[in-house]
Design a binder for this molecule. Structure first.
Ligand SMILES: [Zn+2]
Length: 327
């Protein structure tokens, strides 16, 4: 099998490859491991292999079956509970009746159950019936962080695939493959921090953390605007000069969107952007006179436009400071 895009877990990959070459893949797997250990990656690879119509080494990655499966649009690969909500007994029953409808395109139908540990006993029992009585072409991939919370009757009908943390070297190798544009030191640090849970490092590099930090900073900026001390705001602007231009532009844009939310709040309209962590700052700034908010929004808008015409970080921060002092 072609399982290279799952990092580490060499023994598990060899075991699956041997099984596929021999008696063929199983009809039910319980894929277990902590958040970020690769459960979704492995489920994606196995489901693609099951609907692959290409070369003997599956998933080939280039046949229509693989392309659709990897693109998340294969009609015979069915995700249950992908939204992170608990799977209800209704959803389990729906999967059960769906399983009796023959595959649309391939020879198999694959059901991926996310967070299997969060299913209540009646939902698990409906799933158990499906595992016991489902048609031969149906395959099941159950994903769980905690196999102990899955009914033993379900576990006994599945082959357990336990994912293990990868080594720092394996994590770094995989991050280099996926994020060649990131500086090497950043990848190295992310690989070290993730404790072998590659998904966490990937999330970090994909900027989830950067997003959180951005929200925190935009909220802080609004609080400074609402506050009385112009000195505090000025100190903050000096601190911003260490940023890259792109970072600064993102911050200007986020702050501008929050200012618009504050204006909407004043008019009694609904807010569009603010996350729960930004809301208190938006409410605080909404207490300022509308004239001041509009003038600040004008300044931020002008700076953002200047940035598009290659103004440097120093100029932008200078403009911001002047705007705050005038406000
Ligand atoms: Zn294929």
């Amino acid at each position: 099998m072609r399982l290279d895009s799952l990092a580490g877990n060499t023994a598990l990959k060899e075991q699956l490859s041997a099984q596929e070459k021999g008696r063929g893949l199983n009809h039910a797997y319980l894929i277990s491991g902590p958040v970020g250990s690769g459960k979704r990656t492995l489920a994606r690879l196995l489901s693609a292999a099951m609907v692959c119509t290409g070369s003997p080494e599956k998933p080939c990655g280039s046949c229509p079956g693989c392309k659709k499966a990897f693109g998340g649009i294969h009609p015979d690969v069915i995700q249950v509970g992908e939204d992170g909500k608990d799977i209800s007994v209704g959803q389990a029953r729906e999967a059960r009746s769906d399983a009796y409808i023959r595959p649309n395109e391939g020879e198999r139908k694959v059901y991926i159950f996310h967070n299997a540990q969060n299913m209540n006993p009646s939902a698990q029992n409906a799933l158990l019936k499906l595992l016991e009585e489902g048609p031969a072409y149906a395959a099941f991939l159950l994903l769980t962080e905690n196999p102990g919370s899955v009914l033993s009757t379900i576990r006994s009908r599945c082959e357990t695939l336990a994912l293990t943390p990868v080594s720092p070297a394996e994590a770094e190798y995989e991050l280099a493959r996926r994020f060649p544009q990131h500086p090497r030191e950043q990848r190295h640090a992310a690989a070290r921090r993730c404790g072998g849970l590659l998904g966490q490092a990937v999330a970090e590099l994909e900027g989830q953390e950067a997003g959180d930090q951005l929200q925190e900073e935009a909220a802080r900026f609004l609080e400074l605007l609402a506050g009385k001390s112009k000195l505090d705001a000025a100190v903050w602007c000096v601190f911003l000069e260490k940023r890259t231009r792109d970072d600064l532009v993102r911050l200007l844009e986020r702050s501008l969107a929050l200012l618009r939310d504050a204006l909407a709040l004043q008019r009694g309209a609904s807010i569009m952007t603010a996350s729960p962590q930004e809301l208190p700052a938006v409410q605080q700034v909404a207490a300022l006179p509308a004239k001041r908010l509009l003038s600040m929004a004008g300044i931020l808008e002008k700076l953002r436009n200047d940035a598009a015409f290659n103004a440097n970080v120093g100029q932008l921060c200078g403009g911001l400071m002047a705007g705050i002092n005038a406000g």
